[in-house]
Design a protein around this ligand. Structure first.
Ligand code: NAD
Length: 317
């Protein structure tokens, strides 16, 4: 699998990477053993970057991932987890919680070192606290060698760029954006130069828009407005009629941007994991992708936002 440098971290990450939220039953109740096989398949097929969070399944995803990683050589994977979000509406970005959270994540994951520790969904936080308290706590952990690198994650691009602007170079090393570089929304591309100039590694997540661009469709908690879901269903039906899995096009589109180091896709199904790796390496039918994007044009960038009012993106109504 092709790899790209993750900003200035020195880490080389596979262009398609593994998002572990499904291991916490984010989309459906999973068979844990199948989820573990999906992780092993990912590693065997050249995926070397794994992302998780204590929030996913209220620590379940980290626990199942820890079982999967047991006995796997530590240099076979680059491990990212997060701090700050722990349950529905439960956030704590305090310095004291950061250190405790890292210790707890390491215990669940069965490791003593996290390659990348990220502030999870900072649109729900007071950015002053992130800048003045959370990031300094993470910098202490980095200086002490407990973690390799520091990142931030969130849905609105505005809060990611604004937070980076408020910190000294080298403080934040990666940004994780989700649902903003997928077949129906390419807004992340606009800010790639901003992050690249500052040497940040860009992680794109949710190439299917958290299930929007799959045959199964969105889970009940999905925030997409009805119109978005309806148009996405048209695109799914079109691909089905063409005999092509829309997930293939979604993955190929997401990994095509050379300025985005990696794209996280989630699955707890080993067969889907294998398919996703095949899709990432298969020849790309650019004309077909263009036709699907044409079907999705009425909802292009009509995405959802969330977080504190001051942290939200202004979106096309
Ligand atoms: P995704 O777009 O990767 O979609 C996952 C959904 O697609 C699941 O329902 C999965 O079963 C399905 N799927 C995957 N491969 C399939 C296939 N071949 N055929 C049919 N269905 C398939 O969305 P995601 O899981 O939300 O995002 C990926 C990862 O990115 C997460 O697991 C998480 O690690 C990370 N992420 C982080 C944040 C954040 O930090 N704020 C937000 C979103 C995602």
């Amino acid at each position: 699998m092709h790899q790209r440098l993750l900003g200035r971290t020195g880490l080389r990450v596979s262009v398609l990477s593994y998002g572990a939220s499904p291991l916490g039953n984010a989309f459906r109740t999973i068979d844990d053993d199948a989820g573990i096989r999906a992780v092993h398949a990912a590693l065997d097929l050249g995926i070397n970057f794994i992302d998780v969070s204590p929030y996913y399944g209220a620590t379940k995803a980290e626990t199942v991932l820890g079982r999967a990683l047991k006995g796997v050589a530590r240099d076979r994977y680059i491990l990212a987890t997060k701090i700050g979000q722990y349950g529905e509406g439960e956030f704590d970005f305090s310095a004291a919680r950061v250190t405790r959270s890292l210790d707890e994540s390491c215990a669940r994951l069965g490791v003593d070192y996290i390659d990348l520790l990220q502030c999870h969904d900072i649109e729900f936080a007071d950015v002053n606290q992130i800048v003045d308290e959370t990031l300094p706590a993470l910098m202490k952990l980095r200086a002490a060698g407990r973690i390799g690198h520091i990142g931030i994650t969130g849905l609105p691009l505005k809060v990611l760029t604004e937070t980076v602007k408020r910190t000294a170079p080298g403080t934040i090393e990666t940004v994780l954006s989700f649902c903003r570089y997928e077949l129906n929304d390419d807004a992340l591309a606009d800010v790639v130069p901003f992050f690249a100039e500052r040497g940040l590694g860009i992680i794109n997540a949710s190439p299917t828009g958290m299930g929007l661009l799959t045959e199964r469709g969105v889970p009940s908690w999905h925030p997409a407005p009805r119109r978005m879901v309806e148009v996405a269903r048209e695109a799914v039906a079109f691909c089905k009629a063409e005999g092509v899995d829309i997930v293939k096009l979604a993955i190929q589109y997401a990994i095509s941007h050379p300025g985005i180091a990696t794209t996280l896709v989630g699955t707890a199904d080993p067969d889907n994991l294998r398919k996703n790796v095949e899709y990432a390496m298969a020849p790309v039918d650019h004309a077909l992708i263009a036709r699907v994007r044409q079907i999705l044009a009425p909802i292009h960038r009509h995405n959802f936002t969330r977080g504190r009012p001051e942290n939200r993106d202004t979106l096309i109504p």
